[in-house]
Design a protein around this ligand. Sequence first.
Ligand SMILES: O=C(O)[C@H]1O[C@H](OP(=O)(O)OP(=O)(O)OC[C@H]2O[C@@H](n3ccc(=O)[nH]c3=O)[C@H](O)[C@@H]2O)[C@H](O)[C@@H](O)[C@H]1O
Length: 462
Amino acid sequence: MKSKNSNSLPADMYLFDSPKTLQNPLLQHRENASHLHPSTPGKAKMERNNHFGDVQSRSYNFFFVLCVSLFILMAGAYMLRGENSSVEKKFRDVRETENAIPEMWRSQAWQKSVRQSCHVKRDDGFVVLVTGAAGFVGSHVAKALKKRGDGVVGLDNFNNYYDPSLKRARQSLLDKAGVFVIEGDINDAILLKELFDMIPFTHVMHLAAQAGVRYALENPGSYVHSNIAGLVTLLEQCRKANPQPAFVWASSSSVYGLNTKVPFAESDRTDQPASLYAATKKAGEEFVHTYNHIYGLSITGLRFFTVYGPYGRPDMAYFSFTQNILAGKPITIYQGAGKADLARDFTFIDDIVKGCVASLDTAEKSTGTGGKKRGPAQLRTFNLGNTSPVTVPTLVSILEKHLKVKAKKNFVKMPRNGDVPFTHANVTLARNELGYNPTTDLTSGLKKFVKWYQTYYEVATS
Ligand SMILES: O=C(O)[C@H]1O[C@H](OP(=O)(O)OP(=O)(O)OC[C@H]2O[C@@H](n3ccc(=O)[nH]c3=O)[C@H](O)[C@@H]2O)[C@H](O)[C@@H](O)[C@H]1O
């Protein structure tokens, strides 16, 4: 098949194939032409003409060569200029589309907001860049760090994967707490450089990501954009920074994919992702390893297990079930092979925040300077789960109890959409090294979520 295809290539496809170049009809025509016509016009005449004619012929030659050279130079300069200006245009377009108001970055008011937000109010406090700060986990972590006196600035692109008004609400809470959230994308290397030039971050808490397991079927590009390209852009900035910050970031329980060994331990297989989301998180784990190895970045990866709570993500089951139950709409409950219930190690946000903060507290410094590694750097991966999986029908019955409304349930076979049948975290490592100790069971955690939901959405309660 392959050889058939290559044989059938048109002749001009061989242009860059050196042995075949001589067979190229265009080049062959040029070669033949050189035999028919002298390469230097006038040469034949010179042999017959007198001295004056010789001088005339030399002048003619000189002018001809000069003209040709000038023409080549001008054409080259024009092409080069065209190439450069198209690169510049591309660069401008990227700047303009990724950040509509780049000038704002340099405004004094903007710089003042960033510096104030990064102001440290405790001894040996950190200066932390929290990416995804208007997101669910990001907003909670940023608030906790600020509360204890760390300098914190947030970064978020406020995309519309889910209702951006919820992101704005989180932003306004952070604003009240003294955390400024920059509106920008982790793919924007210019913004990142500007920021790191201005602030010597001790830590980066990287929580910006394209989340959601099932949405990856609809929009795989957005996962590559945020979870791979964005991650690498941020790591590039971190490795160049002086000082290099310690890097703590959100991986996911989904990296365990089709692993069947329970509970999931960090050393278990993670090479069988079931979704594109999981694959990008797994890829992220490989990328951070490289930056640790080459540049001496201190890295801590956190595998979160189905995090839930107030100000949560509307795309997640507990949240959308609540919306639908209250609206009297049916909910779909997936079931595995043989109608087995699916189960998740649902983890309450406050426990996750403690795990994130402990990760920052125990992170060692990066060892690189000026983009060069100066010695081995810390590289850690931790599960942050609740250690007690609950089935999805049980989740629904807890919600029914808290909402005092019966759900209309449709049980359907789990579609092949990237879902895994169950998750269950072994948190021994996090317990030993971070002092991580999840304390919120699903019933208490959902009670807090429902209370928040009813207040936030002004749900009338009886
Ligand atoms: O730990 C993670 O790394 C991931 O956790 C979360 O993924 P999941 O564990 O899949 O949570 P979530 O969507 O709430 O579905 C929960 C359960 O409800 C079932 N489910 C879901 C929807 C539905 O309509 N019906 C249903 O039965 C569904 O089959 C599942 O069994 C994050 O979204 C993800 O971003 C990532 O962080």
